[in-house]
Design a protein around this ligand. Structure first.
Ligand SMILES: NC(=O)c1ccc[n+]([C@@H]2O[C@H](COP(=O)([O-])OP(=O)(O)OC[C@H]3O[C@@H](n4cnc5c(N)ncnc54)[C@H](OP(=O)(O)O)[C@@H]3O)[C@@H](O)[C@H]2O)c1
Length: 368
């Protein structure tokens, strides 16, 4: 148990302090102490958890609180925090891919940490995670999900350091924009190698460890776009559809080993994703048949960022609270237009086709 209230009571009796104050005062003190411990344990597993804060409570703040009430409050507080963590007294170790500043992975890293987890933040280059590297709460590692060697190196290092990986978040992903009939196969392979095989590579690397502990959570970041696939993002949407299908199968196949698999399905979220989208577009050979649609295609690269996207921090807050539940759901969707897309999914195909054609297949439209 993280907060052991009994020593406090004993100490209080020994020192003859009289408790004065409202339940709100006590709640604030407990919350502050809880946060301090979370931070302390994140910095060092061996950090002292002595319950000595009580001595610092100013006498005038401590008035007439019924001892039984404090006891039951602390019990409730403890059981609530345990329920959230879904585990015993250990702080979960969370390994996240694609944590470059400004993106979803970065926001998730901060939010998991704020919720008392030890976070292994990874990305292709340490230079995109400088702020996390400076913060001792994070274990920052370079990891390219396309490389078998890089994946197994980082997973071994995390096991060596912490002896456990409780949550894997397969967040790393790239967009790929262009007409299916003209995108070079190599660009398609690159997208699938990151979004699909990268997630499988990571999952295969952590499963033996999680299975040996008979617990763990694998979180795949899918996409709401698969509910109404439209023009110009076919490769990306197909890669995410494949990931959704794999997530469903993984969930069933990993259940006997105590591993939960969760599909997180974002709508439009503020991030750097337009960068990978426009890079893939700029790398296309000159368009042939689709030259007249060039500006529409280009605009598609910025779509998720031009629809008043949900801030990544808001998305991360909601997602982390769902993932840390003792029994997380199989599917969780949130973010800009996620409800609209869910509705579109159930529309007749001819209606979807009409709407998507009108929205995206304009010839000679201007770039914003
Ligand atoms: N933003 C949205 O609206 C939205 C909607 C639905 C789904 N998603 C999904 O959310 C996830 C995060 O994307 P984001 O929106 O936060 O975009 P982002 O800001 O571009 O972040 C993508 C992250 O993935 C990393 N990455 C790319 N290739 C990698 C590789 N081979 N190995 C390791 N890391 C790699 C990127 O690293 P670099 O910085 O080195 O490129 C970056 O850290 C993606 O899976 C994306 O498909 C986003």
């Amino acid at each position: 148990m993280w907060l052991n209230y009994l020593p406090v009571q004993n100490q209080r009796k020994r020192e003859g302090v009289t408790l004065i104050g409202s339940m709100a005062d006590i709640a604030i003190l407990v919350a502050e102490e809880y946060e301090r411990r979370v931070r302390q344990t994140a910095d060092s597993r061996s950090a002292s958890l002595e319950f000595d804060w009580w001595k610092n409570v100013p006498a005038k703040m401590t008035i007439g609180v019924n001892e039984e009430k404090i006891e039951s409050f602390m019990k409730k507080f403890d059981s609530k925090s345990q329920e959230r963590m879904g585990s015993s007294d250990e702080m979960p170790v969370v390994l996240i891919t694609g944590c470059s500043k400004g993106g979803i992975g970065h926001a998730l890293a901060r939010e998991f940490s704020a919720n008392g987890c030890r976070v292994v933040a990874t990305s292709r280059s340490q230079s995109t995670m400088v702020d996390l590297e400076k913060d001792t709460k994070f274990f920052v590692q370079e990891l390219d999900v396309q490389s078998e060697q890089s994946v197994s190196k980082v997973v071994s290092e995390v096991i060596d350091k912490y002896g456990q990986i409780d949550v894997l978040v397969n967040n790393a992903g790239v967009q790929c924009i262009g007409p299916l009939a003209e995108i070079p196969i190599q660009a398609m392979e690159n997208t699938f190698n990151t979004n699909v095989f990268g997630s499988i590579r990571m999952t295969q690397a952590v499963v033996p460890h999680m299975a040996s502990k008979r617990k763990g959570k694998i979180v795949n970041i899918g996409s709401i776009s698969i509910l109404a696939p439209g023009p110009w993002s076919g490769v990306y949407t197909a890669s995410k559809a494949a990931l959704h299908a794999l997530t469903d199968t993984f969930r069933l196949e990993l259940r006997p080993f105590g591993i939960d698999v969760i599909n997180i399905v974002p709508g439009g979220i503020q991030s750097n994703i337009a960068d990978s989208a426009i890079t893939s577009f700029n790398n296309l050979p000159e368009l042939k048949l689709y030259k007249p649609f060039q500006e529409s295609i280009r605009q598609r690269a910025f779509l998720s960022q031009n629809i008043k996207p949900t801030p990544a921090e808001t998305f991360a807050k909601e997602t982390v609270s769902v993932v840390l539940k003792k029994t997380p759901p199989a599917w969780f969707s949130t973010g800009r237009l996620s409800t609209v897309m869910a509705i579109m999914h159930h529309m007749p195909i001819f209606v979807k086709d009409f709407l998507l054609t009108r929205s995206f297949m304009k010839m000679g439209a201007k770039t914003e």
